[in-house]
Design a protein around this ligand. Structure first.
Ligand code: UDP
Length: 243
């Protein structure tokens, strides 16, 4: 059997991934499926940190476009990610995977506060750590959170699991038949070509810290494990060169 090519990963799950086919809210059955896949990867013995988004519940930008103060709307988005984090924790623990949720906005009745060294300790002890609450700051995204936490815990890779798309394309493959899929890219490509994989803040942070990114399709059974075992699925994004 092949061996995992990473020791410690940050898995970025968007809020959308937890919503199932309704695109909104939390679908426990969808989450169960994802958690089963995470369990399969966990059983390979690698350390897993999860950064969870909140777009299935609330996005700050939507609120701001409707007249809310942006920072206020963003705090609501961060709280949405904590709801998702708790849902993931519930499902992973039901599947027999030990977890800790750490939040960047203190919520001590339901989860631990984010403490970098403690997060690393949990990982070393074989617990999946779920980072919820984003960076704790408005005007940022959970993609940036993934880049930040990956740098802080010295993860080998950010694995960005996407809904319905198996990598990075030159254009939206749902709308443009001529869109081509890239196997390899650099962060500069993403920034210069506005490829919309992750926002610019997240891209520059990952580039500056030399953290590779793997973009792949979530809703294809076994894909997280395939990616961890080094199968060439999806698109890899690296620092200044990608050779
Ligand atoms: N958010 C924020 N700061 C952060 C992370 C998230 O303000 O560090 C807010 C922001 O309003 C965002 C929402 O939380 O729209 C949900 O996060 P995101 O849009 O990144 O979730 P995803 O698209 O991954 O579901």
């Amino acid at each position: 059997m092949s061996e995992p090519i990473y020791k410690r990963i940050v898995l970025k799950l968007s809020g959308e991934a937890l919503a199932g086919d309704k695109d909104f809210g939390i679908n426990p059955l969808t989450i169960q499926k994802i958690c089963q896949e995470i369990k399969d990867v966990y059983e390979l013995g690698i350390e897993i940190a999860i950064v969870v988004g909140g777009g299935n519940i609330w996005r700050g930008q939507t609120g701001s476009e409707m007249g809310m103060e942006r920072a206020q709307a963003d705090y609501m988005g961060m709280i949405a990610t904590i709801m998702n984090g708790l849902a993931l924790q519930d499902s992973l623990e039901n599947a027999g995977v030990p977890t800790r949720v750490q939040t960047s906005i203190e919520m001590k009745e339901v989860a631990e506060q984010y403490i970098r060294r403690r997060a690393i300790r949990h990982l070393e002890k074989g617990r999946v750590v779920i980072f919820a609450g984003g960076t704790g700051n408005p005007y940022f995204s959970t993609d940036t959170t993934a880049a930040l936490r990956a740098a802080e815990i010295k993860a080998d890779v950010i694995m960005m699991a996407k809904n319905n798309v198996d990598g990075v394309y030159s254009a939206d493959p749902m709308k443009d038949d001529a869109a081509v899929k890239y196997d390899k890219l650099t962060y500069l490509d993403i920034i210069n070509q506005s490829l919309g994989v992750m926002d610019t803040t997240a891209s520059t942070l990952s580039m500056d810290n030399d953290i590779p990114l793997l973009v792949f399709k979530l809703n294809e059974k076994g894909n997280i494990k395939r990616a961890v075992l080094g199968e060439a699925i999806g698109t890899t994004v690296k620092g200044k060169t990608n050779e």
